[in-house]
Write a protein that binds this ligand. Structure first.
Ligand code: CTP
Length: 388
């Protein structure tokens, strides 16, 4: 398969050194990379950093390049241009069509949407001029990954931080194949396992890392949806750019949050591994092993069943079925019983793994059998939901 071509454009912000790690990750992930460094970026990083890591050409000038028209050749070559980090200055120039150096001229000559990774001082970021310039880029169909919040190099605390490169890679994977096609959609996703305490030491929980649910939340948000993630115990980093995150360790807390939030959502995707049982009387003191153990369990509420019973005509309800045997049969029963629009059936074997193999089922029967990385599967599930 032809390698996808990423043109990495690095501008002159203190986070420029983080783009070296981004280039390395892209190279290891199998992308073909070329790099443009702005004149200001050269104060922070050097050509050799990127040449050695990408094994490919690094360009810095319109006038000193082997190619007589480097801005056109590079713009045409790229499947996706990523500006990381993007300074307020380059954002302003691009928003107004300035082409005063190789980097900005290439951006202007590119005919597809560009992925921007703004990173700067919090006051520069919140300045209405920068905000208006970013809005202009968005209006023209460009993709902007929000900066994260934290301690900045300038010693200010706030929004403007260069995001984790792992998140930039997810954004690149998304925009090579999809666009922000879910702008205006309000979606709730649940993820991870609930925890029910027997005593302060012991608990009843389910096997789930939360990877599939978090992948869905991430893919939805990158495609422009307003995402509420309701989550229990997870072992995966939660994307910092979700609209809302609600931690609900127990079934009752997850139940209350989901039922409350459901009223305003267009899609609800119940991916969480919810415990079906809880101790009737959780103990407040640790049970000693010398004591007789009476594990009296009672049923928990079936959240998805309740959502299905009260579903609005405009809402889409998607459930998961994790099984050890008779996967399709059980999933079909759950689809009907819980009044779902789609059910994603999967084997418990893949809990905690990076990959999954799933079967998508609606009322007409089996739609597709899919296998792969959980993030790619998330996009395929979303593509199916769009077509319901
Ligand atoms: N679910 C839920 N509330 C519960 C149990 C499950 O909302 N108390 C949801 C899960 O999030 C999933 C779907 O229902 O989307 C199916 O969950 P699963 O555990 O596969 O099935 P159960 O309905 O619990 O039935 P069983 O355990 O008998 O397979």
């Amino acid at each position: 398969m032809l390698k996808q071509r990423i043109l990495l454009c690095v501008t002159g912000g203190i986070a420029a050194y983080k783009a070296i790690d981004l280039a390395s990750r892209l190279h290891k992930a199998g992308y073909q990379i070329r790099t443009i460094l702005s004149e200001d970026a050269l104060h922070f990083v050097s050509k050799i950093n990127f040449e050695a890591i990408t094994h490919s050409s690094v360009h810095t000038s319109l006038w000193e390049d082997e190619d007589p028209i480097p801005h056109i050749s590079l713009a045409d070559w790229a499947d996706l241009i990523v500006v990381a980090p993007a300074t307020a200055n380059t954002i302003a120039k691009a928003a107004h069509g300035l082409a005063d150096n190789l980097l900005t001229a290439t951006l202007l000559a590119h005919t597809k949407p560009i992925l921007w990774i703004p990173a700067m001082n919090v006051n520069m970021y919140h300045n209405s001029i920068t905000q208006t310039n970013m809005d202009l880029l968005k209006e023209r169909g460009h993709y902007l990954l929000d900066p994260s919040v934290g301690m900045l190099a300038c010693a200010y605390e706030g929004k403007g931080k260069y995001p984790p490169n792992a998140e930039i890679l997810y954004a690149i994977r998304t925009y090579l194949t999809h666009s922000r096609d879910l702008i205006g959609k309000k979606v709730m996703v649940t993820a991870g396992a609930t925890i029910e305490h027997i005593d302060p030491m012991r608990m009843i929980t389910n096997r789930s890392s939360g990877k599939m649910g978090i992948s869905l939340a991430r893919a939805l948000a990158l495609r422009g949806a307003e995402v509420t993630l309701v989550y229990g115990s997870v072992s995966e980093e939660i994307p910092y750019y979700l609209a809302e995150t609600i931690y609900t360790p127990s079934v009752d807390e997850m139940h209350d949050a989901v039922i409350r939030e459901a009223k305003t959502k267009d899609w609800i995707i119940m991916c969480a591994a919810v415990s079906d049982f809880k101790p009737a009387l959780p103990q407040t003191k640790k049970i000693k092993k010398s004591e007789e153990l009476d594990l009296n369990l009672v049923s928990t509420p079936d959240i998805l069943f309740e959502l299905g019973a009260n579903k609005k005509a405009s809402q889409l309800l998607i459930g998961f079925a994790a099984e050890t045997q008779d996967i399709v049969e059980y999933a079909k029963q759950k689809l009907k019983k819980k009044n779902l629009d789609l059910i994603v059936a999967n084997s418990l074997e893949n809990a905690g793994k990076e990959t999954n193999s799933i079967i998508l089922i609606d009322s007409s029967g089996e739609l597709a059998k899919l296998e792969g990385n959980k993030f790619d599967l998330a996009h395929q599930i979303i593509d199916t939901v769009i077509n319901i």
